[in-house]
Design a protein around this ligand. Structure first.
Ligand code: IPD
Ligand code: CA
Ligand code: CA
Length: 277
C-alpha cells in the first residue's frame, strides 16, 4: 500500500513510533531534495576531520541545519545528535540521531551510494529510522515492531546462506593505521566467503542487508549516527544486529546478518580481533 504522496507504507500509522517515522520521512525527503538540487558537479571539500580523507562539504552542514530546523519547528524540545552539529540536549524522551550525508566521499565523487540517515530514539532506544538513498530514489523505513519497508514492499533479509556463499559488505575507517589492520582482517575473511562489497555508506550497507542485496555486513569504527536508522531497518527485516563478544552494536564493531550467518561470521571474526587497531 502506498499513501497519498507515494510515501512507502511503513505499517506504523497511528503509533507513536509511526508518527515519529512520518515526520522523519518528510524531513529526510526535504533534505534529500535540497542536496540533489544544490549538489554542484564537483562539490568542494570545506574541511577535513579525523584524517585528510575524512571530509565535510558545505552541503553536509547545510543539510544538518535544515534537518535540525525542521525538527525544532515540529517538535521543539526534542534532543538532537548530529554528526556535524554534535549533541543538543532536549527536554523529553525523544532524541533524533542524524547523519546528514552518510557516504560523503561518494557524494564528492558523484557515486550513487549516499543517503540522509535519521533515527529517532525514545528513552534511549531507536524506534523509527529512515535512510533516504537519494541518487537511487530509494527510501528505506522502519518503525519498531512494524517491519522494514522500501517502495511499499516489506523487506526480509536473506536467510539460510552459509558463510562460504555469503556476499559480505564492509567498510574502512579514515585513519591509515586502522585501515592497515582492516586490510589484514579482510585477507583472512576473503577466502572464506563469496565476495566483498564496499558501498561507502554504512547506512546503505545495513539497508542492503535488509533488502537481501548482500547477506551480511561488518565494520569497525562506525559512529552511532552511521548505523542508528539502518540498524533498525536491518533488524526489522529479520537480521541480527550486534557487536562482537556478546556486546551490542558498538563503535568497535557493527555486524548484521540473518541468525545463523551472524554466528558463523562472528566465529570467523572473533579470533581475528577486528575490533582492535
Ligand atoms: C562513513 C560511511 C562509510 C564508513 C565510514 C563512515 P561518512 O560515513 O558510512 O561507509 O566506512 O566508517 O564514517 O563520513 O560518509 O558520513
Ligand atoms: Ca556517516
Ligand atoms: Ca556524514
Amino acid at each position: 500500500m502506498v499513501d497519498r504522496e507515494g510515501v512507502h507504507d511503513h505499517g506504523g500509522e497511528g503509533t507513536a513510533a509511526g508518527e515519529l517515522l512520518t515526520l522523519a520521512v518528510d524531513i529526510a525527503r526535504e533534505a534529500g531534495e535540497m542536496l540533489l538540487a544544490k549538489r554542484p558537479p564537483r562539490p568542494e571539500v570545506l574541511a577535513t576531520k579525523s584524517s585528510p580523507t575524512d571530509v565535510v562539504t558545505a552541503l553536509d552542514k547545510a543539510a544538518e541545519e535544515l534537518i535540525r530546523a525542521r525538527i525544532a519547528q515540529a517538535r521543539p524540545g526534542d534532543a538532537v545528535l548530529g554528526e556535524e552539529g554534535g549533541d543538543t540536549p532536549g527536554e523529553g524522551a525523544v532524541r533524533w540521531v542524524v547523519d546528514p550525508i552518510d557516504g560523503t566521499v561518494n557524494f564528492l565523487y558523484g557515486l550513487p551510494d549516499w543517503a540522509v540517515s535519521i533515527g529517532v530514539e525514545v528513552d534511549g532506544e531507536i524506534v523509527a529510522g529512515v535512510v533516504n538513498n537519494i541518487p537511487r530514489g530509494q527510501l528505506f523505513t522502519a518503525a519498531k515492531g512494524e517491519g522494514a519497508w522500501l517502495d511499499g514492499e516489506r523487506l526480509r533479509c536473506n536467510t539460510g546462506v552459509p558463510l562460504d556463499r555469503a556476499l559480505v559488505a564492509t567498510g574502512f575507517g579514515y585513519g591509515a593505521d586502522r585501515r592497515r589492520v582492516q586490510a589484514e582482517v579482510l585477507a583472512q575473511v576473503m577466502p572464506r566467503i563469496r565476495d566483498i562489497r564496499r558501498s561507502g555508506s554504512c547506512a546503505v550497507d545495513l539497508c542492503s542487508v535488509a533488502a537481501g542485496r548482500v547477506d551480511a555486513y561488518f565494520e569497525r569504527g562506525t559512529n552511532y549516527w552511521d548505523h542508528a536508522a539502518g540498524g533498525l531497518i536491518a533488524a526489522e527485516a529479520g537480521a541480527r544486529v550486534g557487536g562482537l563478544r556478546g556486546r551490542p552494536v558498538h563503535p568497535d564493531l557493527v555486524m548484521s546478518a540473518a541468525p545463523g550467518l551472524f554466528e558463523e561470521l562472528r566465529n570467523l571474526l572473533t579470533p581475528l580481533d577486528p575490533d582492535h587497531d
